[in-house]
Design a protein around this ligand. Structure first.
Ligand code: CA
Length: 233
C-alpha cells in the first residue's frame, strides 16, 4: 500500500512511518497541513492517515477538500481530539475510521489493514471510460466492443491512468507508479508507450481518451472531439 501520512508531531510521524514501512507499506510523511492538502489532492494514495490539528490547514479541511474532489481514498483520522463530537464530525466529513491518541501501533496497523480489505472487497474489476472497458480480472480491454491487444506494459499504463481519470501525471510519476522504477530514459519510454496506446485505444475512434497536458505529461479523460476550426477562404 502507498500511504500518505499527514501528522505534524515529528515523533509520532517517524514512529508510524517506521512501523508501516516494516510491514511492507510505502509511506509519504508530511508534517504540514497545507502541504498535506496538496499531496492528498494531486497524487494517488491507497490510504490517507490524517491528524486533525495541523499547521497551515486543518485536517478536517483536508478531508473536505479530498471528498469534494470525489477522491474516494480511505481516510483514517488520527488525533488527540477524541471527543464524541470530533469523531462524529470526522466521520460526517467522509473519514472511514477514527483512532484517538494515544494509540497502540498494533491497533493502527490492524485498522489500516481492515480499511485495505474493505476497499479491496468493494472494488469492481471493471473500469470504464466512455466506450473503453478494462476488466482487471481477465485483463481484457475493449473499445466499442472491439477487443484491444495490449502488451503488459501498455496494459499497466492504461490500467493506472483509468484508475485516476482526470488527473495529470508527469512522465517520472508514470514510470514510478506503473513500472515501480525510474528508467534511465524514462521520458522517452513513457512517450513511446503512450504513442502505442494511442494507436490502439484512440486512433480509430472519434472520442480521444488519452490527453497530453502541456508542461506536465499525460492524463486520461473523456473529451468530445473538437469541432473543426473554420478557416477564412
Ligand atoms: Ca497535530
Amino acid at each position: 500500500m502507498n500511504i500518505l501520512l499527514i501528522e505534524d508531531e515529528k515523533k509520532i510521524a517517524q514512529f508510524v512511518t517506521k512501523a508501516l514501512t516494516e510491514v511492507g507499506h510505502e509511506v509519504v510523511s508530511i508534517l504540514r497541513g497545507d502541504e498535506g492538502l496538496t499531496a492528498a489532492t494531486t497524487k494517488p494514495y491507497d490510504i490517507i492517515i490524517l491528524d486533525l490539528a495541523l499547521p497551515g490547514v486543518d485536517g478536517i479541511e483536508i478531508l473536505r477538500a479530498v471528498r469534494e474532489r470525489s477522491i474516494s481514498t480511505p481516510v483514517l483520522i488520527l488525533t488527540a481530539r477524541g471527543s464524541k463530537d470530533d469523531r462524529i464530525q470526522g466521520l460526517d466529513e467522509g473519514a472511514d475510521d477514527y483512532l484517538p491518541k494515544p494509540f497502540a501501533m498494533e491497533e493502527l496497523i490492524a485498522r489500516v489493514h481492515a480499511l485495505t480489505r474493505r476497499v479491496g472487497a468493494q472494488k469492481s474489476p471493471i473500469l470504464r471510460m466512455a466506450d473503453l472497458v478494462l476488466n482487471e480480472t481477465t485483463r481484457d480491454v475493449f473499445r466499442s466492443g472491439t477487443k484491444l491487444y495490449l502488451s503488459i506494459r501498455e496494459y499497466g499504463l492504461l490500467n493506472f491512468l483509468m484508475h485516476n481519470p482526470g488527473r495529470a501525471f508527469t512522465r517520472t510519476e508514470l514510470c514510478e507508479h506503473v513500472w515501480k522504477s525510474a528508467l534511465d530514459d524514462e521520458t522517452n519510454a513513457v512517450d513511446v508507450y503512450i504513442q502505442r496506446l494511442r494507436r490502439k485505444v484512440d486512433e480509430d475512434f472519434p472520442v480521444k481518451l488519452i490527453q497530453t497536458i502541456r508542461n506536465i505529461g499525460y492524463m486520461m479523460q473523456e473529451t468530445s472531439v473538437e469541432a473543426p476550426v473554420a478557416t477564412a477562404a
